[in-house]
Write a protein that binds this ligand. Structure first.
Ligand code: FRU
Length: 493
């Protein structure tokens, strides 16, 4: 294990310092461009710049110079907040939120690149200086091309208690007309104890064949980012007719996802997974946040939004580490994995109680583990990280992922895919539901996979796991490069 056992190798982030939202996602000149909120000076949310990676295949990445840097005294003097980017002929245009501490809103401004995203020229002035009436929060443009015109959503909270995604349109990316709210809603429930909140950040719009889905960062004026919600629906006369909202990800550590419409028609999505450990430990580690795996997002017939890891990631699978099939009435040791692995499982509980499932054991004495348990009464998988770190500075909690196959009445086996990369776990179900969380094992490797029947009945299992190879990463030629490569154990280009 390299120096920092929690630094991921198959999830995008720079080797040090703070990152949050994915930004500026665009396909241009044969490259996927992935930018992100980045503080180059420390592991806390401050001095927001845009960092930048690009790739031709989602596996080999190159870090490019910073896209956006706050301009002293300028409209974005205190931060270049979130937004997206579009490919427009031979130029890329980034749309972002200009942050100043002396202004309540973060109005939209732009920057442009004419060399395929390597260098950028900020416009300096605001693109849309006037703010619509009634807004009390306003930021995070999302621009896309549709039916011969450019369209933009901006996230907002309204004085009347509604959250809103505000719609603008333009023929030339330069002159924008305000069309009104695309969708606005007072808080609506999405899960026990969770609603769509008073404000929406980072709106994203996925649309295909007359249907669509709005992805929204549900934000509370006091508590800030809470969770990510999705409204499926369809557009009619410039308004979004929304069905009932749902959680986009059922884990505690997923927020502000962003979409990239790939040239092959796929909608790809990256989210921000924040830390789940105390600030003192973050300061010690010197880094915070990572981007999730790229996910393919589709709209199902029933209106639900489905996610699965981008198919390209299959080629990060190295030698098979675990191959196991059988049935246990107790605990079966299935084999060992490295700290970054991709696992598939088919589980068949037979008269099992509420503690059957899979366990990832990360300390030699078995005291440290992450559990995925089957709750047949609720029809849910329960991910329990209460024992996932022996370090008390790691956050605990149990989180639930709806899984109808888990109910006692179901004859269908439970299938799942779990991708773990050192301190992040992403759980995917065939229904397209996901759960993302962070955990911080301290026990060193190898890690062990167990199938557990729990206190009653038995558990049938078929499990395969592959260790993951790191992304190939070429960092920008700057002072960081050498220590970065040693830190995450990546090979020099
Ligand atoms: C979401 C967010 C955005 C904002 C950015 C600032 O996480 O709060 O609304 O533009 O982060 O870093």
């Amino acid at each position: 294990m390299p120096a920092d056992p929690h630094l991921p190798v198959a999830h995008l982030r720079p080797p040090r310092n703070w990152i949050n939202d994915p930004n500026g996602l665009a396909f241009h000149d044969g490259h996927y461009h992935v930018c992100f909120q980045y503080n180059p000076y420390g592991p806390e949310h401050a001095n927001m710049h845009w960092g930048h990676f690009r790739s031709t295949d989602l596996l080999t990445w190159q870090e490019l110079p910073l896209v956006l840097t706050p301009t002293p005294g300028g409209e974005d003097a205190d931060g270049c907040f979130s937004g997206n980017a579009v490919s427009d002929g031979d130029r890329m245009v980034a749309f972002y939120s200009a942050f100043r501490t002396d202004r309540w809103a973060q109005p939209v401004t732009t920057a442009e690149s004419r060399d395929n995203g390597v260098t950028w020229t900020p416009r300096g002035s605001l693109l849309i200086p006037e703010l619509p009436e009634g807004a009390t929060m306003y930021r995070d443009p999302y621009v896309w091309r549709e039916a011969g015109r450019w369209r933009m959503l901006v996230g907002s909270a309204q004085a009347d208690g509604r959250a809103a995604a505000l719609l603008y349109e333009s023929g030339d990316l330069e002159h924008w007309e305000y069309e009104g709210p695309f969708l606005d809603r007072a808080p609506q429930p999405v899960a026990p104890g969770a609603d769509t909140e008073l404000g929406w950040e980072c709106p994203q719009y996925l649309h295909a064949d007359g249907r669509g889905a709005l992805l929204l960062g549900a934000w509370d004026p006091q508590l800030g980012p809470r969770r990510t919600v999705v409204y499926p629906g369809r557009e009619q006369d410039g308004r979004f007719l929304a069905d009932a909202p749902a959680l986009l990800d059922h884990g505690p550590d997923f927020y502000a996802p962003a979409l990239l419409h790939a040239p092959d028609g796929r909608w790809l999505l990256w989210g921000w997974s924040w830390e789940a450990r105390d600030p003192g430990w973050v300061r010690e580690a010197g880094w915070a946040g990572l981007l999730t795996l790229p996910r393919e997002v589709t709209l199902a017939e029933d209106g639900s939004v489905r996610q699965r890891p981008a198919v390209e990631l299959l080629s990060l699978r190295d030698a098979r580490a675990v191959t196991a099939a059988g049935e246990t009435a107790g605990t079966a040791a299935l084999g060992t994995v490295g700290p970054s692995f991709d696992l598939t499982a088919r589980l068949e509980p037979r008269a099992a109680g509420t503690t059957a499932g899979l366990r990832l054991v990360t300390s030699a004495d078995g005291a440290e583990y992450l559990d995925i348990r089957i709750d047949p009464a609720a029809g849910e998988l329960v991910v329990d990280r209460d024992h996932a770190s022996l370090d008390p500075r790691a956050h605990g909690g149990t989180y639930r992922l709806p899984c109808p196959e888990a109910t006692t009445a179901s004859a269908a086996p439970i299938e799942l895919r779990l991708v773990v990369d050192r301190s992040v776990a992403e759980l995917y179900l065939p229904s397209g539901r996901t759960l993302t969380l962070r955990f911080y094992p301290t026990g060193g490797t190898p890690w062990r996979i167990e199938a557990r029947a729990g206190d009653e009945g038995s558990l049938g299992y078929t499990v395969a796991a592959w260790n993951l190879r790191p992304y190939t990463m070429r960092y920008a030629a700057d002072a960081r490069a050498e220590s970065a490569l040693t830190n995450v154990g990546l090979v020099s280009p």
